[in-house]
Write a protein that binds this ligand. Structure first.
Ligand code: NAP
Length: 272
């Protein structure tokens, strides 16, 4: 689909990747409905985009509750049916599972999995009626390659990938496409704290949000089913599917290093 003159509903627009996506979509001529919780950040972003001639509406929403997702769908549909829905909002939890508060795990599932499911469900009848459009789900490389210290986060992204795959098959022939996106480590506030320190110490490759956004926008314009970032990461994903025991062994040294670097390994840098 062409982004020029299309209407895009974007969640997580106040975050690092979402901000970059909003700029990229606006630069390609899209009309934007931007969502997030931080109304000050959304106002700054919308002012910037409008000053460049973009048409932008702000729809604040807290996606950690079922009502938040339903209300956002309602607000989005009140101005017409979006052509493109990009589910970018997401939280993260890092640390040994037994050190993560139970309530944080529940909130993470709500924001990363249940909210995109409910939002999609609420928008689908209208999308089906217009028989065109695209749904984009921002997952993670951890949605195919589960990582120690990220058990809950990895599990939510595995679930989101399964949801996107099933939906793509369910919507086959409806005119509505589905794209699943799996970024690797990207320099945003999501990784503030221990994950950023570990990435630095392990010399992990770090993508810039603007580059990630440009690649996602290209994938949308080419109607791609999925986008995986990083050649080595893609190889690891394949290896993990066929020989998980090899990846278990391969990650052992890295896990040990993470324990040494972050003995507490229980920080919760960014919550949903
Ligand atoms: N950064 C990475 O290394 C990386 C790698 C792979 C995948 N991803 C995925 O990329 C997406 C964007 O992450 P990011 O790196 O841009 O993180 P970020 O800068 O922390 O932004 C997260 C965004 O999600 C929104 N959000 C979080 N909880 C929410 C809630 N309960 N209700 C509504 N909105 C909520 C935030 O809104 P407010 O700020 O307004 O609260 C913010 O807009 C996430 O799905 C993440 O899992 C990131």
């Amino acid at each position: 689909m062409k982004l020029q003159s299309s209407t895009v509903l974007l969640t997580g627009a106040s975050g690092g990747i979402g901000n970059a996506l909003a700029r990229e979509f606006a630069a390609r001529g899209a009309r934007l409905l931007i969502s997030g919780r931080d109304t000050a950040k959304l106002a700054t972003l919308s002012a910037e985009l409008r000053s460049r001639g973009a048409e932008v509406s702000v729809l604040p929403a807290d996606l950690s509750t079922a009502e938040g997702a339903e209300r956002l769908a309602h607000a989005a549909l009140s101005g017409g049916v979006p052509d493109l829905v990009v589910h970018c909002a997401g939280g993260m939890s890092f640390g040994r599972l037994d050190a993560v508060p139970a309530e944080a795990i529940t909130r993470l599932w709500q924001t990363n999995v249940i909210a995109p499911s409910l939002l999609t469900r609420a928008l689908l009848p209208a999308l089906r009626k217009q028989a065109r459009g695209r749904l984009v789900f921002v997952g993670s490389i951890f949605g195919s390659l589960a990582f120690p210290m990220y058990a809950s986060y990895s599990a939510t992204k595995f679930a989101l990938r399964g949801f996107a795959e099933a939906l793509r098959r369910e919507l086959d022939g409806s005119g509505i496409g589905v794209t699943y996106v799996a970024p690797r480590y990207t320099r945003t506030a999501l990784n503030d704290g221990a994950p950023a320190r570990i990435a630095q110490a392990l010399a992990m490759h770090q993508d810039e949000p603007a580059a990630v956004a440009a690649r996602i926008a290209d994938a949308i314009e080419r109607d791609r089913r999925e986008v995986y970032f990083g050649f080595a990461e893609r190889i690891f994903v394949k290896l993990n599917a066929w020989f998980p025991w090899l990846v278990d062994r391969g990650l052992r040294a890295q896990t040990q290093r993470m324990r040494e670097l972050e003995p507490a390994a229980a920080g919760l840098p960014r919550q949903a």
